[in-house]
Design a protein around this ligand. Structure first.
Ligand SMILES: Nc1nc2c([nH]c(=O)n2[C@@H]2O[C@H](COP(=O)(O)OP(=O)(O)OP(=O)(O)O)[C@@H](O)[C@H]2O)c(=O)[nH]1
Length: 145
């Protein structure tokens, strides 16, 4: 069986051959220029670490559709305006992830942590800690924006 017929191509593997987990991540920007960070719930890898909200793409899903689904599941909001911003990869012990960061400037609904997670609107430099390793370069990109 070729890589193609198994549904995999070069983009599905990391440089060291690990499968790539595609993740949609939202950088929610408030009208006064703060960014939303959420704390990873108990039971997930890196529990208690702060991250931008988001999650893994399901089969056949676009980044935008996955982000809309995750923001609704996690925060109870309906995404109305976003654009793709940066894509970063990170090699964790538990997974090799490709993070598709999107700037989110429009949503409807009242934001609340539906999975019991804490969240916080933060100015730069952010005050919450610890941060997920792959969130740190994103904060540097935001600071340089
Ligand atoms: N949401 C989010 N995930 C991130 C960020 N940075 C980062 O490395 N990740 C990684 O991306 C992956 C996202 O997976 P997740 O566990 O949040 O996704 P999910 O809600 O679909 O998970 P589950 O359905 O398996 O519980 C994790 O491996 C996480 O460590 C970030 O800023 N936000």
């Amino acid at each position: 069986m070729t890589a193609k017929s198994s549904g995999l191509d070069a983009a599905d593997r990391s440089p060291t051959g690990r499968p790539v987990t595609e993740v949609a991540v939202g950088v929610l920007v408030s009208p006064d220029g703060r960014y939303l960070l959420a704390q990873r719930p108990a039971g997930k890898p890196y529990e208690g670490y702060w991250e931008f909200p988001g999650g893994k793409l399901e089969a056949g899903e676009t980044v935008e559709a996955a982000l809309a689904r995750e923001l609704h599941e996690e925060l109870g909001i309906v995404l109305t305006d976003c654009h793709r911003w940066h894509t970063l990869e990170h090699d964790y012990p538990h997974a090799y992830v490709r993070l598709h960061f999107c700037k989110v400037t429009g949503w409807t609904g009242e934001l609340h942590g539906r999975e019991g997670q804490a969240f916080s609107w933060e100015h730069l430099p952010v005050q919450v800690a610890p941060l997920l390793p792959a969130a740190i370069p994103v904060l540097e990109l935001l600071a340089a924006d």
